[in-house]
Design a protein around this ligand. Structure first.
Ligand code: NAD
Ligand code: UDP
Ligand code: UDP
Length: 322
């Protein structure tokens, strides 16, 4: 029997955070979900509210937070380019001031702390697939920099608190993850393509669609995060978590059209500035340190995600009719 812990999840009402809260409650922990509801929604965690071990707090982590916890998962930060570029100064503050506050909290209460970092720390990479030892190629002054550099600085802070204050840290570099509970207006590629396909609207491929990403299903990713938190103190990361099977955006568009049986056609739009051309995780370290690798292939994960959006869009339609 494992010990019940009190666990803080920042960004707990978001896409990944809500699945993480659910998983930690299943393991009989007490969970405090902190969120400012910028991109997260109360409805993502509404089903957890009847659990007495679950608490939700509206709070912006750029401000100090005083709670007593054993572990902290720091997930607060908008992850979609559309949302993180909406208020870029706040995005950097969330990563940097947010990390300082959560690290200060971890230091005061002696908690173990995990940072949700990102494959974006590699920028538009020259090394393929990306290994943790690669320092990355990030534009410090472009429209994506608020996210990329904010997350890079957060990693720096984590390692300085580890070196300077001997904090117990874990840094996960998460690659593109998808699944149910993404917002229809999230703006990331999987939700965009699925919503467009279900509505028989044009599928918006940016650029020529030859750029690649590697997509991990949410359940696999959450399992990786929990395993990382459970490792002994010597394991700090950074450690890549993602599915190494790589697709072009054109392949993804065709797969979504096939799986939805859609009549949509592909529409090409300009490639956003600094859009990385290729991305694939080397997960050798995660396999060795965590005994982890993703289990859900893209087709299976897409089918579950399509079913979620299908339900959501049909209930929206029936509400409009009513
Ligand atoms: P999301 O936008 O659904 O969730 C982020 C959550 O953080 C939201 O609930 C939002 O309201 C909250 N939040 C934002 N700023 C906050 C603040 N200042 N204070 C408190 N709460 C705040 O995104 P997600 O996909 O669930 O991503 C979760 C984390 O994982 C993020 O840190 C993201 O950078 C990281 N990540 C995600 C992916 C992915 O593919 N999903 C990939 C790499 C990294
Ligand atoms: N902090 C917090 N909760 C705590 C302890 C600290 O939010 O329980 C914040 C506080 O804003 C502080 C920051 O974390 O400024 C960094 O804390 P640290 O102890 O590292 O540094 P200092 O207090 O000297 O700034
Ligand atoms: N993309 C696309 N059409 C869309 C949304 C995104 O072709 O409607 C492309 C985008 O240019 C990028 C890839 O899909 O090359 C992944 O984009 P996303 O925003 O999901 O994540 P990120 O760029 O942060 O990996």
């Amino acid at each position: 029997m494992q010990q019940t812990k009190r666990i803080l999840v920042t960004g707990g009402a978001g896409f990944l955070g809500s699945f993480l809260c659910e998983r930690l409650l299943q393991e009989k922990h007490e969970v405090i979900c902190v969120d400012n509801f910028f991109t997260g929604r109360r409805s993502n965690v509404a089903h957890l509210l009847e659990d007495k071990s679950f608490e939700i707090v509206r709070h912006d982590i750029t401000f100090p937070l005083y709670v007593e916890v054993d572990e902290i998962y720091n997930l607060a930060c908008p992850a979609s380019p559309v949302h993180y570029q909406y208020d870029p100064v706040q995005t950097t503050k969330t990563s940097v001031h947010g990390a300082i506050n959560m690290l200060g909290l971890a230091k005061r209460v002696g908690a173990k702390i995990l940072q949700a970092s990102t494959s974006e720390v590699y920028g538009d990479p020259e090394i393929h697939p990306q290994r943790e030892g690669y320092w990355g190629r990030v534009n410090p002054i472009g429209p994506r920099s608020c996210y990329d550099e904010g997350k890079r600085c957060a990693e720096t802070l984590f390692f300085d608190y580890w070196r300077q204050h001997r904090l117990r840290i874990k840094v996960a570099r998460i690659f593109n993850t998808y699944g149910p509970r993404m917002r229809p207006d999230d703006g990331r590629v999987i939700s965009n393509f699925i919503v467009q396909a279900l509505e028989n609207k044009p599928i918006t491929v940016y650029g020529n669609g030859e750029q690649t990403r590697s997509f991990c299903y949410v359940d696999d990713l959450i399992d990786g995060l929990v395993r990382l938190m459970g490792t002994n103190d010597e394991v700090t990361g950074p450690i890549n978590l993602g599915n190494p099977v790589e697709f072009t955006m054109l392949e993804l568009a065709k797969l979504v059209i096939e799986l939805t049986g859609s009549r949509s056609k592909i529409k090409y739009l300009p490639l956003p500035t600094d859009d990385p051309r290729q991305r694939q995780p080397d997960i050798g370290l995660a396999k060795r340190e965590l005994g982890w690798e993703p289990k859900v292939p893209l087709r299976g994960g897409l089918a579950r995600t399509i079913a979620f959006f299908d339900d959501l869009l049909s209930s929206d339609r029936s509400q409009q009719v009513a």
